[in-house]
Design a protein around this ligand. Structure first.
Ligand code: SF4
Length: 135
């Protein structure tokens, strides 16, 4: 089967470099820069070049996990969301809204990050919002 290249945007930061995702038999086998892309002009940084590494990796987490007694176990989305709700409620009631916060992701979309800060400020009543680029 032929190798196919699908043009997209690198998901690792807000620069938005043009990324060609190379697939063979519907499996990602690598990436390449898009030569005439208006932002990256045929270049990628080391993060962009390694962006295919985690796709399909056997250790990739594809479902919620809950830690109990030091061990992670698989959970349903309903169970995970119920636990998040109960834990946030407990600490917010016990210590006030400034005791909780949200950490977003530099690799998320602007819309996702907007929704996260909105949720923190309107639902959790906290201004504690940050993302992984500052860690
Ligand atoms: S290739 Fe590097 S600079 Fe470009 S979007 Fe990806 S992480 Fe950002």
């Amino acid at each position: 089967m032929a190798i196919k290249t699908t043009q997209t945007i690198c998901p690792f930061c807000g620069t938005g470099c043009g990324l060609g995702v190379r697939t063979e038999n519907d499996k990602v086998i690598g990436v390449e820069p898009i030569k005439n892309h208006p932002v990256s002009k045929g270049r990628l940084c080391s993060k962009g070049w390694s962006s295919a590494f985690g796709i399909g990796h056997e250790d990739r987490i594809t479902h919620p996990m809950i830690r109990e007694n030091g061990e992670l176990r698989r959970a349903s989305w309903d169970e995970a969301l119920d636990k998040i709700h109960s834990e946030f409620s407990y600490y917010r009631e016990k210590n006030g809204p400034q005791s909780v916060g949200m950490i977003s992701c530099a690799r998320a979309t602007n819309e996702d990050n907007y929704a996260i800060q909105k949720f923190a400020r309107t639902a959790l009543l906290t201004n504690n919002v940050d993302h992984c680029a500052r860690i």
